[in-house]
Design a protein around this ligand. Structure first.
Ligand code: PLP
Length: 392
């Protein structure tokens, strides 16, 4: 199901439920079946029915890939076993001796891959402040093959100008990859802004229920797709059919969930801003957030993550995180349930301390993933945890 030229394009909500999900051709099942099979019977030694072996391709996974491609407005989707597998998958577009310019405010796991794994294969990385596109341009060399950005960034929610970075990449004959995990395809479409690849940890909002790890890429370029698909089959980091199915079920309600996540994030961010125990509240929806105007221009919303800095530093942050009752203290974000994370020791532990401080990730920083519980209940929980933190 595509966006046919002769018809009004289907809305996001409709694509989320129907794209790639025609009734099953074999049985008419309305919901895409879980094709829990390793292999597919051939009709002859040189003829099958389009499916051969589930690492190479599986109909449940294909439904997810087509749906995500439609939601990102791209031609091709590739699903992976995790967001990190998707990140590693994009790196198959880069060869030894080539160079990648990376926005330095990024997920700690991506940083670990870029600093501790890929340099062993002689892939070179420069980390720059991509909120200043001129820094990206300055870092580009004759060997630059890719520009890698996130927006909003994790965990400080800075906004990077996707179109400007994509233009710099294109001007250098390089690819622009955007980790769109925080924004989701509901709020932002990197391909429409000029990027080559939109990347997701589907573990987060796309799956949305904290019950399945996954990752995905969406892209338009057929040659790049063929290269990455070949590498995906050659390296094997694919999701199983159940994981693809669970993710696809989550996708169907993505629009509804994102609207509510954002509504409650707005409410929580404003509540926290007025609290004396909170030194700063970062949420791109605030008009005085440095990236607000840019976020408004390139996205359709501000998302459901709120990052705060506690006035009492590390002791207060620890006490706060450990005192919350509705917000579980754990890695991850984007699920129906609220989560709290302590980037200093959790998601961003891979960064050296001076690097974290330089990015504003201090010992007082706490990241809140605002879930779908009642917003008043969430504010009451935050209030009692702030009261506990004040005694730290
Ligand atoms: C922005 C971002 N990208 C990628 C990842 C990695 O995804 P996964 O945990 O599914 O491997 C994460 C995980 O937290 C993330 O927050």
């Amino acid at each position: 199901m595509g966006r046919d030229a002769d018809r009004k394009p289907l809305a996001f909500e409709t694509l989320a439920i129907h794209a790639g999900q025609e009734p099953d051709p074999a049985t008419g099942a309305v919901i895409t079946p879980v094709y829990q099979t390793v292999t597919f019977a051939h009709d002859a030694v040189d003829r099958n029915r389009g499916w051969a072996y589930s690492r190479s391709g599986n109909p449940t996974r294909a439904a997810l890939e087509q749906c995500l491609a439609a939601l990102e407005g791209g031609r091709f989707g590739l699903a992976y076993a995790s967001g990190m597998a998707a990140i590693a998958g994009t790196m198959q577009a880069v060869s030894a001796g080539e160079h990648v310019v990376v926005a330095d405010d990024l997920y700690g796991g991506a940083y670990r891959l870029f600093t501790r794994v890929l340099p062993r294969y002689d892939v070179r990385f420069s980390f720059v402040d991509a909120t200043r596109p001129e820094e990206v341009a300055k870092a580009v060399t004759a060997d630059t093959r890719m520009v890698w950005i996130e927006s909003p960034t994790n965990p400080m929610l800075r906004i990077v100008d996707v179109a400007a970075c994509a233009e710099i990449a294109r001007g250098a004959g390089a690819l622009c990859v955007v980790d769109n995990t925080f924004a989701t395809p509901y709020l932002q479409n990197p391909l429409a802004l000029g990027a080559h690849v939109a990347l997701h940890s589907t573990t987060k909002y796309v799956g949305g229920h904290s019950d399945v790890i996954g990752g995905a890429l969406v892209l338009d370029d057929e040659e790049l797709y063929a290269r990455l698909k070949f590498a995906q089959n050659a390296t094997g980091g694919v999701p199983g059919p159940w994981d693809a199915w669970l993710t696809l079920r989550g996708v169907k309600t993505l629009a509804l969930r994102m609207r509510r996540h954002e509504e409650s994030a707005d409410r929580v961010a404003r509540f926290l801003r007025g609290h004396p125990g909170v030194a700063a509240v970062h949420w791109p929806g605030f008009e005085d957030h440095p990236g607000h105007a840019l976020a408004k221009r390139q996205s359709r919303g501000f998302g459901g993550i709120v990052t705060i800095e506690l006035a009492g530093g590390e002791p207060a942050a620890r006490r706060f995180c450990e005192s919350l009752r509705l917000f579980a203290l754990g890695e991850s974000l984007g699920g129906v349930e609220s989560l709290v994370g302590y980037p200093w020791l959790m998601s961003h532990a891979a960064f050296p301390p001076e690097e974290k401080r330089r990015k504003g990730i201090t010992e007082g920083v706490v990241r809140l993933s605002i879930g779908l519980e009642d917003a008043d209940d969430l504010c009451a929980d935050l209030e009692q945890a702030l009261a506990a933190a004040a005694k730290a």
